[in-house]
Design a binder for this molecule. Structure first.
Ligand SMILES: [Fe+2]
Ligand SMILES: [Fe+2]
Length: 177
């Protein structure tokens, strides 16, 4: 079994990933209600990705005979000043998660838990992409601030965040169902 401190921290991160997923659903629903379907679709897909991260962590706990403890998930933010505010919130969220994953890595290293350290490495790498995707989207959104339909066209054309399937990604619990 992984180090006890790591198991505790990973269970907390499962809740953080579900909270991120929850927030992205809230953002997507907000955009859908504003009839901005490309932004909505982008954030619904991000929500599924975050849920996937949570399930990869659950699978690791199951495979290493560690207890799975699903904690509480806070209510997401649902009121936004304008159509750019959710993207700014998303970037802040990804930066926060990068810090959380870094802390998780440190627990594994401090505990001398090499397998867990290796497990967390994929998520560290993934965060580079996640932060970059949101940074780019915010850049474009601010550049075309008064023309949300131009932002919609950009997303339809460039498919931000729609990278290739990553064969090195850890397996999720339930086999991705
Ligand atoms: Fe994530
Ligand atoms: Fe993310």
């Amino acid at each position: 079994m992984p180090a006890e401190r790591f198991v505790e921290a990973l269970n907390e991160q499962v809740a953080n990933e579900f909270a991120a997923s929850h927030q992205y659903v809230a953002i997507a629903a907000h955009y859908e209600s504003q009839t901005l379907p490309q932004l909505a679709g982008f954030f619904y897909a991000q929500a599924v990705e975050e849920r996937g991260h949570a399930l990869m962590m659950v699978k690791y706990l199951i495979d290493t005979d560690a207890p799975v403890k699903l904690g509480q998930v806070a209510a997401p933010n649902t009121s936004f000043a304008d159509h750019i505010a959710p993207i700014r919130l998303a970037l802040e969220q990804e930066q926060t998660v990068s810090g959380q994953i870094g802390d998780l890595f440190k627990v594994a290293r401090d505990e001398g838990d090499y397998l867990s350290e290796q497990f967390v490495q994929w998520f560290l790498r993934e965060q580079i992409e996640e932060v970059a995707t949101m940074t780019e989207l915010l850049d474009v959104a601010e550049r075309v601030r008064d023309f949300p339909m131009t932002l919609e066209e950009y997303i339809a054309r460039e498919r931000p965040g729609g990278g290739r399937a990553d064969p090195t990604a850890p397996e999720p619990a339930g086999g991705g169902a």
